[in-house]
Design a protein around this ligand. Structure first.
Ligand SMILES: NC(=O)c1ccc[n+]([C@@H]2O[C@H](COP(=O)([O-])OP(=O)(O)OC[C@H]3O[C@@H](n4cnc5c(N)ncnc54)[C@H](OP(=O)(O)O)[C@@H]3O)[C@@H](O)[C@H]2O)c1
Length: 260
């Protein structure tokens, strides 16, 4: 897909990967509809893009309110034109051990990370199935191999992965495409911002990728109509080991988690 001239609805554009991706896509000529809750940060992101000669507009919204999805699509289309790419990148996490978590914690993660992406898709699918477009979803390495204390987040990203992979096959042969994006840990402060329940131990990988590197990989994947892009970094070792010896990976993670 050609990015130049395309209209992108990009969620989670106020910071982190979304903000880097907004700049990267705008630099390639896309018109970027930047969605998130923080109006001030969104305005800053848009100002950075316009100062660099790109086109972007801010669309403040709370995607945990599923009723905001369809109006968001309408707002973006009336200001920027027909959307041809959705990048559902927003994300939240509540970490804690299952014994300490409530169903409400699971609900927040599933509603924000999974159902909001499904609600945006529902709003765009009829037009995409007719005239084409790309539905891109930011998953996580934890959708494949969850870590202890990450059950709410891993469940929401695994749900999104299952949804996207099924949708890709359903749409095969038509003009619409599905891209799944699998980042490993990134230098975005996500791990410092997440909500904590109880006193979970957070296993941190040795290295984290700059969001700009992941944004570049996503832009290339969109341009090349790829179905999947993985930028897992050091967690790719865990993913590879998990394929051949999942019991061993469980054992190692349990040892790391319980170590004082
Ligand atoms: N960072 C990592 O290590 C890592 C690893 C794998 C996958 N990921 C995934 O990559 C994506 C980007 O992560 P990141 O590291 O860039 O995170 P981040 O810096 O915390 O950014 C998250 C973005 O999501 C938006 N958001 C959260 N809740 C929202 C809501 N209810 N409504 C609208 N927007 C909402 C935030 O904006 P507001 O607060 O302004 O609403 C923010 O723009 C997420 O899907 C995350 O799960 C991250």
């Amino acid at each position: 897909m050609q990015l130049s001239g395309s209209v992108v609805l990009l969620t989670g554009a106020s910071r982190g990967l979304g903000r880097a991706l907004a700049q990267t896509l705008a630099a390639r000529g896309a018109k970027v509809g930047c969605a998130a809750r923080d109006r001030v940060a969104l305005d800053e992101a848009v100002a950075e893009i316009t100062a660099a000669g790109g086109t972007a507009a801010a669309f403040p919204c709370d995607l945990s309110e599923l009723s905001e999805a369809a109006p968001l699509v309408e707002r973006v289309e009336s200001q920027l034109g027909p959307i041809s790419i959705l990048v559902s990148n927003h994300g939240t996490a509540t970490v804690g051990e299952v014994a300490d978590l409530s169903l409400a914690d699971f609900e927040v993660n599933l509603r924000t990370n999974f159902l909001a992406s499904a609600a945006l898709t529902e709003a765009l699918l009829p037009s995409f199935a007719e005239r084409g477009g790309t539905l891109a979803y930011v998953l996580s390495g934890l959708a494949l191999r969850p870590l202890p204390a990450w059950s709410t987040y891993a469940a929401s990203k695994a749900a999104l992965r299952g949804y996207a992979d099924a949708l890709r096959i359903e749409l095969a042969g038509g003009p619409a495409r599905v891209l799944t994006i699998q980042p490993g840990t990134m230098q975005t402060g996500f791990l410092d911002r997440m909500a904590r329940v109880g006193e979970p131990k957070i296993l941190r990988p040795r290295s984290a990728a700059p969001p700009e590197r992941v944004a570049e990989a996503v832009a290339r994947a969109l341009e090349r109509d790829r179905a999947r892009v993985s930028v897992l970094g050091s967690s790719s070792l865990v993913q590879a080991a998990d394929l051949v010896a999942p019991g061993l990976v469980d054992w190692l993670l349990a040892r790391m988690y319980r170590r004082p």
